[in-house]
Design a protein around this ligand. Structure first.
Ligand SMILES: NC(=O)c1ccc[n+]([C@@H]2O[C@H](COP(=O)([O-])OP(=O)(O)OC[C@H]3O[C@@H](n4cnc5c(N)ncnc54)[C@H](OP(=O)(O)O)[C@@H]3O)[C@@H](O)[C@H]2O)c1
Length: 428
């Protein structure tokens, strides 16, 4: 058997200890799959005295991740600290420049600096890999860069944040409001004390930016994403959507056309009987569409110790086998500049209006929609008591900018009692 592949693991939190456990538990399995042993030689974290529930006694310790990244007995710098900049970026850059491979789960760093890091890797002839940064345990980067490499990818989409999917499915299942369910998710450990990064859609958007770059061979364009979280999703809309045969999901969609890439992370309606519509709880799902394959659906755990460490080990195994695949599927200096589409493709929309319960109110709304070129597929008035009548409309496919102009006219009508709600219905 040839020389061992020597790992330096920076970060011994949830994911880092998960990686240590797999390397310790599956030493023989990894060695037989890779044709060489995979060993940890050194580790780094902030606190040396913390009990992490794993035996670290045989590994060298570095307080400073930069020192770990520079060690001669490290072949792969495994970055599991997190953070967009700072020690993670500095140490990963150092490791690559010095000719060490880097495996990272850090979506924040990669969404901002992925291309620069990939260029550094290629200059040194080593690998930069980030499977664990996108949808945790689901091997989607591998699917795009290897298994589906013969396809022109036209669309990639999915549910990429388990916290948000848990909250939305619990709201629907229990009829409880967003705030209640969020508090429960925090108590269960599904949501952070400060949930903004998850519920605001930013965590999922970083993953989508990496996915879109990998799918379309374009530069990572996090700033080009249209991002909206789930914090304004109303229980009434979840219930009404359900009555109409839809579910509300925080859906990331990146669509590639001759017009450019349209990428957004927003609450959407999807048919309840679609694979994404049926997705419950914290599970993630990614749907990839290619010209030869049609549609591929991957689902599984998007976070957590075991699943995320599993993805890290997948990347390490490739490196141990001598595979050097460009981080984004094509060499970093050949990634196309990100071209943003001027508009999203046409779609149907779910509309909710709160109207005066008076004869002719609904007719006036329908007339404005018709005059604005928005045709109605379905319409229903919700049972109500009192003078305010909720009305639901599903449109035929339309352009969002046209719809927005028409909704502004409706909002100004005296029969319209609250700003209209419009949610895209994604064709999944
Ligand atoms: N958790 C998941 O399910 C998951 C899923 C996908 C991707 N990720 C990504 O994986 C990475 C790690 O996440 P995690 O959940 O494992 O984080 P975590 O539990 O907070 O662990 C972070 C680790 O990094 C260490 N660390 C932080 N700053 C450091 C520094 N300046 N020098 C040395 N060590 C430092 C910490 O040391 P101490 O322990 O001593 O404080 C800790 O061991 C992040 O990029 C995250 O986005 C996580």
């Amino acid at each position: 058997m040839s020389n061992p592949l020597r790992l330096g693991v920076a970060g011994l939190g949830t994911v880092g200890t998960g990686v240590v456990k797999i390397v310790q538990r599956h030493g023989d399995l990894l060695a037989s799959r890779c044709g060489r042993p995979v060993e940890i030689t050194a580790v780094s974290a902030r606190s040396r005295s913390k009990d992490r529930g794993v035996d670290l006694s045989t590994y060298a310790w570095e307080d400073d991740p930069m020192a770990l990244a520079a060690r001669d007995d490290v072949d792969v710098f495994v970055e599991l600290m997190g953070g967009e900049n700072g020690p993670a970026l500095d140490a990963a850059t150092k490791a690559l420049q010095d000719g060490r491979h880097v495996v990272s789960a850090n979506k924040a760093m990669l969404a901002r600096h992925g291309q620069k890091l990939a260029l550094a890797a290629e200059k040194s002839g080593v690998s930069l890999r980030f499977e664990a940064a996108v949808a945790g345990g689901i091997p989607v980067v591998k699917a795009l860069t290897e298994g589906l490499a013969g396809n022109q990818i036209t669309r990639v989409m999915g549910v990429m944040n388990g916290t948000c999917n848990y909250i939305l499915t619990e709201m629907e299942r229990t009829g409880r409001a967003y705030g209640d369910v969020l508090t429960e998710a925090q108590q269960l450990g599904y949501a952070e004390a400060d949930p903004t990064f998850d519920v605001g859609g930013f965590d999922a958007a970083q993953k989508l930016a990496l996915l879109a770059a990998t799918a379309f061979g374009s530069q990572v364009d996090y700033d080009g994403l249209d991002i909206e979280g789930i914090d304004r999703v109303n229980l009434a809309d979840i219930e009404h959507a359900s009555e109409l045969g839809y579910r509300i999901k925080l859906l990331g969609v990146a669509n590639n056309s001759s017009d450019g890439v349209d990428a957004r992370m927003k609450p959407c309606l999807v048919p309840e009987n679609s694979a994404i519509g049926k997705l419950e709880g914290v599970t993630n799902m990614i749907v990839i569409e290619g010209d030869s394959i049609g549609q591929v659906v991957l689902s599984g755990p998007g976070a957590g110790e075991g699943p995320t460490a599993s993805a890290v080990l997948g990347d390490i195994t490739d490196i141990a086998r001598g595979l050097n695949i460009p981080a984004f599927g094509v060499p970093a200096d050949r990634l196309k500049p990100a071209k943003r589409a001027a508009a999203s493709p046409k779609a149907a929309y779910y509309l909710r209006f709160l109207l005066t319960d008076a004869p002719g109110a609904l007719a006036r709304v329908a007339t404005v929609l018709g005059e604005g070129g928005i045709s109605i597929d379905r319409m229903r008035q919700v049972q109500h008591a009192g003078p305010q009548a909720p009305v639901l409309i599903v449109t035929h496919d339309t352009v969002r900018s046209t719809l927005d102009k028409v909704l502004q006219v409706i909002a100004d009508l005296d029969v319209c009692l609250a700003p209209p709600v419009a949610i895209r219905i994604e064709d999944v």
